[in-house]
Design a protein around this ligand. Structure first.
Ligand SMILES: *Cc1c(COP(=O)(O)O)cnc(C)c1O
Length: 430
């Protein structure tokens, strides 16, 4: 075949894009991604790098191969912030921003002057607009990194005062004291497990005190005969007060009355409040620090800040989360009960089996310990749970009381049909 004949024998881009097998192989990819793959394969064929009859198999292969081994799953557990499922799913706007930032961006360039710009200033401005009580903002890799940076910059070689009631384990064996100690600071425990008063901090305060750390109990509760010093009381001490608010509420949420929010902590006098970006805020993994300009400037200028900084993708997704419509996490938290029932009944209808039962959702390890989110779930036989997990898409449901509960709270409404299909397949297998 001459070159001209070979080129004439190549399928047309449009024909490939309309090919039923190609459409099926491209599940989950955007039309733009599919077009890019098809064009790429065709151009290799035109360049003679690929035989003409290898074009279609090559396209199918490229489209069907997952881009990474991380498999998207449907979270039907009813646990809103599920650390093992990647915590917060990003909003559509945040995904858009992430993709747009994936190439070259002006992350550290002022396009107007051509000079170097402040890295990620858009996300920082969005944070300050969201929490007007903050003088300055800083974003690092996660809340643990934020804590490490604060302890290093403010208390290296000195003491960090922490209440005995706030010596927490974050999860997966990571505990607060070793983290603080790895910053070269010493933990000085004050008070008792159930009760700590301002007086306990005052007694421990000395020339060696670097900072007072208040950790909000987001994943546990101390109840009974208890007491702790408030942020407002601790703010009167003559050393920096750092508040680890953990779960990332920017302002009070009536649904979570016991959760400490950033605006309140700052209004009560905290010098720095830090929290996660991917818990209740519903954004990308990040550690956000808000507070007094002078203190945050010390943190920003510390050499360790450079080692903990975030990439342009995080900055883009964080800014879009803050500016965009309500992200999936707060939406799942505040899901309208009537809507929850209606969607669950519709899925039950599509599946043609199972029973709609009451089901209590949870905020998750990210915060709101003990808070119950009343709702409903579709109950199917327990054996379905494992089949759902190994299905496509994998569905992670909850096993409770000998049944498998499929809770739609954290499932995006546009995924209801895929969820119903997955449940139907899991029931048929049994
Ligand atoms: C979750 C949590 C952390 C850790 O946050 P990461 O962003 O996962 O590092 C720290 N402190 C508290 C109180 C938390 O709830």
């Amino acid at each position: 075949m001459s070159d001209t004949d070979a080129r004439a024998a190549l399928p047309r881009t449009d024909a490939l894009l309309a090919d039923a097998d190609v459409v099926r192989a491209a599940t989950g990819r955007s039309p733009e991604q599919v077009r890019r793959v098809v064009r790429g394969v065709l151009s290799r064929a035109r360049a003679g790098e690929l035989a003409v009859d290898a074009v279609r198999p090559e396209v199918l292969h490229a489209l069907a191969a997952p881009a990474s081994s991380l498999t998207p799953v449907l979270n039907a557990t009813g646990v809103v912030v599920h650390t093992n499922l990647g915590r917060a799913p990003l909003s559509e706007k945040a995904v858009e921003a992430l993709v747009a930032a994936a190439g070259h961006t002006d992350v550290e360039l002022d396009l107007a002057t051509g000079r170097r710009g402040r890295r990620g200033s858009g996300a920082l401005v969005a944070l300050l607009e969201a929490v007007p009580g903050a003088e300055a903002a800083l974003v690092v890799n996660n809340a643990a990194a934020a804590l490490l940076l604060a302890a290093t910059a403010l208390a290296q070689g000195r003491e960090v005062l922490v209440s005995r009631g706030e010596m927490v384990e974050i999860g997966d064996g990571f505990r607060l004291p070793p983290l603080i100690e790895s910053a070269g600071a010493r933990i000085r425990e004050v008070g008792m497990t159930n009760r700590t008063a301002l007086r306990d901090y005052e007694d421990a305060l000395g020339p060696d005190t670097g900072l007072v750390l208040k950790v909000h109990p987001s994943n546990y509760r101390v109840t009974g005969f208890t007491g702790s010093a408030s942020v407002r009381e601790l703010a009167g001490l003559p050393v920096p007060l750092v508040v680890d608010a953990g779960s990332g509420l920017l302002a009070p949420d009536p649904l979570l009355p016991d959760e400490l929010d950033a605006a309140t902590a700052l209004a009560d006098g905290a010098d720095v409040v830090l929290f996660s970006g991917d818990k209740l805020l519903g954004g990308p993994q990040a550690g956000i620090l808000l507070g007094r300009a002078e203190v945050l400037e010390r943190l920003r200028r510390h050499p360790m800040a450079r080692a903990l900084r975030v990439d342009k993708l995080t900055l883009a997704a964080l800014e879009a989360t803050l500016r965009g419509p309500v992200p999936p996490v707060p939406a799942a938290l505040h899901l309208d009960p009537a809507e929850h029932r209606r969607r669950t009944a519709a899925v039950r209808e599509a599946v043609g089996a199972g029973e709609v039962v009451p089901c209590v959702g949870r905020v998750g390890g990210g915060g709101g310990a003990g808070v119950e989110l009343p709702g409903v779930a579709l109950a199917v036989p327990e054996a379905c749970a494992a089949r759902l997990r190994s299905g496509s898409p994998p569905v992670v449901a909850r096993v409770e009381g000998g049944r498998c509960l499929v809770d739609l709270r954290c499932v995006a409404p546009e995924d209801d049909a895929r969820l119903a299909e997955a449940v139907r397949a899991a029931l048929v297998e049994g």
